[in-house]
Ligand binder design. Structure first.
Ligand SMILES: [Ca+2]
Ligand SMILES: [Ca+2]
Length: 208
């Protein structure tokens, strides 16, 4: 029995060997074809058209400020330090908590010029820090498009990426983004617009 098993094994190895030696180019061609099919979408996703810029690079108006020390709402000294150290460029914008004293309508904005690398539908992400449910949104206005709200998620007191609930179609070239504050205590660090690029993680390198 043991001898028969050994013999069967040898025959099968020899048969396999003949097949491989007969058409090695065919096996190589099939392997290259399969690899190309599997890798092509991954490579395309990795490249994409993306642009990243700092919120604080814009022109501020009204109550919108940059780089202020966040206070109130149970923010500790450790949190104040983390907000600054973990922000890209150690800077961010927002309306300080109680900046409007809840008496007058909040009025403040930041106008940023940026360049879209190509005509595409861009998914828009904002790296934000929210104090609480009364400080977790901004309004964004791209060029002459209607204002869109971003935020209202419930990740509080940590920098995180928030996605705009609809893509924005932009031509390649220069554009204007106006960030308007809707709630005091909300902070904006960076923007990342991408068509086919990866989902942002942590601080992103601003586009040069
Ligand atoms: Ca809110
Ligand atoms: Ca920043």
């Amino acid at each position: 029995m043991a001898g028969q098993r050994k013999l069967k094994g040898m025959i099968s190895v020899r048969r396999f060997g003949r097949t491989c030696q007969g058409r090695p180019w065919l096996r190589l061609a099939v392997l290259i074809g399969v690899a190309a099919l599997v890798l092509a979408p991954l490579v395309a996703t990795g490249a994409g058209s993306s642009v990243c810029f700092e919120a604080e690079k814009g022109t501020l108006s009204g109550q919108m400020k940059a780089g202020f020390t966040v206070s109130g709402g149970g923010v500790t000294a450790k949190m104040q330090k983390d907000i600054k150290e973990q922000a890209s460029g150690r800077n961010y914008i927002g309306v300080p908590e109680d900046g409007n004293a809840e008496k007058t309508p909040i009025a403040g904005s930041c106008t940023i010029q940026f360049t879209a690398p190509a005509k595409a539908k861009y998914t828009v992400y904002l790296r934000a820090w929210w104090l609480d449910s009364c400080a977790n949104s901004f309004k964004l206005k791209f060029d002459a498009l209607p204002e869109l709200e971003i935020g209202q998620d419930t990740t509080y007191k940590s920098w995180h990426w928030v996605k705009l609930n609809r893509p924005i179609e932009l031509d390649g070239g220069a554009h204007t983004l106006v960030i308007k504050n809707t709630e005091d205590g909300a902070l904006a660090d960076q923007f990342y617009l991408t068509a086919g690029g990866p989902v942002p993680q942590g601080k992103m390198a601003p586009t040069k």
